[in-house]
Design a protein around this ligand. Structure first.
Ligand code: ACK
Length: 512
């Protein structure tokens, strides 16, 4: 149980209110069987008191005093809510568009906003949240004719500020007709603009294939299709947010929460297909609970590891295990209770995108190449909607299946980079991929979905040039033998140099 108490001097009981619904408890606030819980989303400058109680079958039948242990914490950091009045701009039967004003003059250091919302009638069944960089948002996946409670808070470099007041807004009913329809179109457009240039790519796809006319004629049909696609990208209701597995003190608990333990007798390793950072990468078969055999890739943790390596290895599984998207590599499960420790993911027949393209130089149509890029954009949109920043997007980290579907993979790097004081240099033997990384991320470690978009631009260039190395043999500032600044990637980018249009790339895909 949680109580949030006023910071006033009186600090009496009367100042306190329950706060379970304002915080995120991982795995949950009640019914825990373990002896730890991670609590997130604190407001700043607030006193919280947590009451912890062990219960069994006869709890409540004995004396009057409940054996509670109390823990009080006061949060620090940035000031009160920066969000003033939240307005409803429009609503359809399953979406509501909101916008808000800041209380003070717009501070430059707001990174983004988090919008928390729940069905007013069913507060106890939990809440959803979504994020935006703008002072407006379209919340989708809502139930018709239902009142939702919304509150918004800002995130600055120092953390989250307090939430705004709560605002109640209702969705329309199923008969809202035109308004609802326009709402849906707006939802799609807003998502596409705010997302990962997905719609731009789709539009280019239609332009390239000369289908613009029929696209306009079939507007209604295609709106429906895009609506379907949109709903695939955003789980209903709202968007689940990513939880950093490092917020768990006990990595085993995180693995328990986000992954499924596989009995090793269900795994058959067939051959080694490569070397990973922690051990061999193998292909093989997994017998599913339905006794079907599916092809899988098995990443192993080599023997003689220290606890830190085991944690870093399993961290990737805890990240992938939170995702569920057709363009993100799917986790089948992990083996942690026996040796070797393994991570089992779906098998991607064509391996990584960079080597696949190099082996098939010139073999694909522009439409096929754009189709691959569309898949990557769609996967990255999903990740940014979840609040996850990849930090190492490059075609070597995209896998391709037999149907040319591209899936984002390699989720191991983000924390490693964050911990390191000198971003341009290597950590654990890995160099930051200077050529794929946005300038602000190289110089100020400002990794964000925007810096992932920069990397996406480099991936577009790689794909359209069939796996050519970006900036060819130009040097990195950190190369020891480098004393020719004219030929340096970072300096050249700072001076405005950009990769030139790849051979055969339609000009609609290349904008300077
Ligand atoms: O370029 P590749 O063929 O694709 O060689 C590397 C190698 O393992 C070491 O990482 C391949 N690989 C990694 N994950 C998968 C997967 N899920 N399916 C198929 N191949 C994979 C990667």
């Amino acid at each position: 149980m949680c109580q949030r108490c006023g910071s006033g001097a009186s600090g009496g009981e009367e100042d306190c209110e329950p706060c379970e619904s304002d915080l995120r408890f991982v795995p949950r606030p009640l019914g825990l069987t373990g002896t730890s819980v991670a609590i997130l989303d604190f407001a700043t400058h607030t006193n919280y008191t947590f009451h912890v109680e062990a219960v069994n079958g006869v709890s409540g039948l004995g004396g009057n005093t409940r054996p509670l242990v109390n823990i009080s914490v006061t949060t620090d950091q940035t000031g009160p809510s920066l969000v003033g009045v939240v307005r409803k701009d429009w609503a359809s039967d399953n979406s509501i568009a909101l916008s808000w004003t800041e209380v003070e003059q717009q501070p430059n250091d707001i990174l983004d906003y988090e919008i928390k919302y729940y069905d007013k009638e069913q507060e106890q069944s939990g809440y959803s949240s979504t994020r935006t960089k703008a002072v407006s948002v379209v919340v989708t996946g809502l139930k018709p004719a239902t009142v939702y409670v919304f509150h918004v808070r800002a995130r600055t470099a120092a953390g989250f500020t307090a939430y705004s007041n709560k605002f109640d807004f209702s969705t329309g009913d199923e008969y809202s007709g035109m308004a609802a329809d326009q709402g849906q179109v707006l939802v799609v457009v807003t998502a596409a603009v705010g997302g990962f240039s997905l719609l731009v790519i789709l539009t280019l796809f239609f332009l390239i294939t000369g289908r613009c006319q029929s696209f306009i004629k079939d507007k209604r049909k295609s709106d429906d299709k895009r609506r379907d696609h949109f709903q695939n990208v955003l789980p209903v209701p709202g968007i689940k947010t990513y939880v950093d597995p490092d917020t768990y003190e006990d990595p085993t608990q995180a693995a328990h929460e986000f992954t499924t333990e596989i009995d090793p007798s269900r795994i058959r390793i067939e051959r080694v297909i490569g070397a990973g950072e922690f051990g061999e990468v193998c292909s093989g078969r997994l017998r599913t609970p339905g006794e079907k055999e599916i092809p899988v890739t098995i990443k192993t943790l080599k023997g003689g590891y220290v606890e830190r390596q085991r944690r870093d290895f399993l961290r990737e599984a805890c990240i992938i295990g939170q995702f569920d998207d057709p363009n993100i590599i799917r986790l089948e499960g992990v083996v942690t209770k026996s040796r070797p420790v393994m991570i089992v993911v779906e098998y991607m027949e064509n391996g990584s995108l960079d080597s696949f393209l190099r082996h098939h130089d010139g073999h694909f149509t522009v439409v096929q190449l754009v189709g691959m890029l569309h898949g990557v954009a769609s996967g990255m949109t999903y990740l940014s909607d979840m609040g996850y920043v990849h930090r190492d997007l490059a075609s070597r980290n995209i896998l391709v299946d037999e149907g040319l579907v591209c899936k984002v993979s390699d989720f191991g790097l983000s924390r490693v980079l964050e911990d390191h004081p000198e971003p341009a240099y290597n950590t654990m033997g890995v160099k930051i991929a200077i050529r794929w990384t946005a300038p602000e991320a190289i110089t100020n470690r400002k990794f964000s979905s925007a810096s992932d978009v920069w990397s996406y631009g480099i991936v577009m260039w790689e794909v359209m040039s069939y796996g050519e190395s970006p900036y060819w043999e130009m040097s990195n500032q950190d190369d020891d033998d480098d004393d020719d600044d004219d030929d340096d990637v970072i300096l050249s980018i700072e001076e405005g140099y950009r990769l030139p249009v790849p051979m055969g790339c339609p000009v609609v895909l290349y904008y300077r």
